[in-house]
Design a protein around this ligand. Sequence first.
Ligand code: CDP
Ligand code: CDP
Length: 220
Amino acid sequence: NTPAPVITIDGPTASGKGTIASLVADRLGWAVLDSGALYRLTALSVLRSGVNADDVDAVAQLARTLNVTFDGERILLDGEDVAQAIRKEDVGNLASRIAAYQPVREALLQRQRDFRQAPGLVADGRDMGTVVFPDAPLKIFLVANVRARAERRYKQLMEKGFSVKLTDLLEDMQARDARDAGRANAPLVAAADAVTIDSSGLSIDQTVSRVLALWSERQP
Ligand code: CDP
Ligand code: CDP
């Protein structure tokens, strides 16, 4: 019995991973895993519990014991919908910091693999193709230049009613890029067998079509 297929979509922040993953999943009728949400949920738990973010073991313990339910658009943490709260920049920045802790990554590993189910899964993050689903039959590395990504995130946050400055976002993004790529544990790198898509000049539809075309090419 072969495991359900997985399409992994890894790449830097705001390259469109989440957007593309959920549209591709819709088109295929597959499940979706937003792995970044798990790191963000852990970060939110750190902020709310008052645990010292430098205390690796205490943070890993929070990751291990997260009481979370994914329910469509809703993300319930201890029964409370935190789908909006985890999108804030301070949560994202802390998520990127604690994602460098190996015990945190290990605590979240099985939880991520549990999302794999028939007829298939689209998983987005940083290490979906390299660490979590190394046997995935299609791996996408989705990139876009930092300027395009900062502008996308700016629009997204303004629409959600968060007020931010584009220059601050650009700076944060460069810092986060460096941290995600430079960390020792599961750094952001393309899997050897990943296909890179640069979406800087592509629309959402064009990007989705490209992923779906790659997937149908791989069908017997
Ligand atoms: O939306 P954005 O790309 O900024 O972040 P995210 O995908 O929601 O993930 C939040 C943080 O979690 C990222 O900055 C990564 O450092 C970390 N992360 C990770 O280390 N591994 C993953 N598979 C997913 C996210
Ligand atoms: O998950 P990740 O952080 O990589 O990105 P996202 O949360 O999906 O955000 C990407 C934003 O860029 C969304 O607001 C999309 O509407 C927009 N966008 C895109 O994803 N792809 C394009 N080709 C153009 C815009």
